[in-house]
Design a protein around this ligand. Structure first.
Ligand SMILES: Nc1ncnc2c1ncn2[C@@H]1O[C@H](COP(=O)(O)OP(=O)(O)OP(=O)(O)O)[C@@H](O)[C@H]1O
Ligand SMILES: [Mg+2]
Length: 228
């Protein structure tokens, strides 16, 4: 089962954008790519998928699998799945999520999975995104930003992954906040401090465009090496 789990050091760092960029380029090279965001929380969209991220990812991969498989849990509250489920009295069933993942994996060559928040975003009392990555047995990439504080967040994220024996393929630095660290310094220091490769660095785009973003990723990363 080929899959890649896209996580990040925090919310709003660029998981959807990177995941969509990778999906777009895989699709362009003729690969049948499926997408999944097992947990989504936030404002419910009026049309299409409840989650905006799902609409972006589905468009990028040019797929339209049923929402019940690609997003088994949607909570219309901008909080963690754990808190949302508690507030709404919903019982989260992880086995159901892994079942949906396996189903999607059977109908596509590759599944790209977007996490929610960061790796310690809680889902159940003793179950966070990092446990889901482990259960899905997926390769992982970590999207990080260039803003001040990123060193702390990135090193903590990588250390947790090491402790949990999560196979991390590398880091992607998304420079969406152009006021942060100089990228060359960040690349140099994060690769040494985390012992992981910086797969690529993405510039701030004044007008975000998926095709350009996707092109920037593929010009720096051989995506086939991230997926097995
Ligand atoms: N390099 C970039 N340049 C400019 N804008 C960007 C860049 N990367 C991402 N963005 C924009 O920043 C916002 C947040 O990005 P994105 O939705 O990909 O983050 P996320 O980590 O998926 O967030 P969430 O935690 O809500 O799922 C989006 O509006 C996106 O279009
Ligand atoms: Mg997102």
């Amino acid at each position: 089962m080929k899959s890649l789990f896209v996580t990040a050091t925090d919310t709003d760092i660029g998981k959807t954008s990177v995941c969509a960029g990778i999906a777009h380029s895989l699709k362009k090279s003729g690969i049948d790519v499926g997408i999944m965001k097992p947990f989504a929380c936030g404002v419910k969209q009026k049309t299409g998928f409840s989650s905006k991220d799902l609409s972006i990812l589905s468009n990028a991969a040019n797929v339209c699998d049923p929402e019940e498989f690609v997003n088994p849990f949607f909570f219309p509250i901008p909080t963690s799945p754990y808190t949302a489920a508690k507030n709404l009295g919903v019982k989260i069933d992880i086995k159901h999520v892994t079942k949906c993942f396996r189903k999607l994996n059977k109908i596509h060559d590759i599944i790209l999975v977007e996490g929610i928040g960061g790796i310690m975003t809680p889902i159940l009392k003793d179950y966070a995104i990092i446990d889901l990555i482990k259960d899905l047995n997926a390769n992982t990439i970590i999207v990080t930003s260039s803003k001040m504080g990123t060193m702390n967040h990135t090193i903590m994220t990588c250390n947790m992954c090491k402790n949990m024996k999560i196979p991390v393929k590398g880091l992607i630095i998304n420079n969406f906040d152009s006021t942060g660290y100089p990228i060359s310094e960040l690349e140099r220091d994060l690769s040494v401090l985390t012992n992981l490769p910086v797969l690529c660095s993405l510039p701030h785009l004044t007008k975000f465009n998926l095709a350009d973003f996707s092109e920037m990723i593929t010009s720096q990363v051989d995506i086939s090496t991230l997926i097995n």
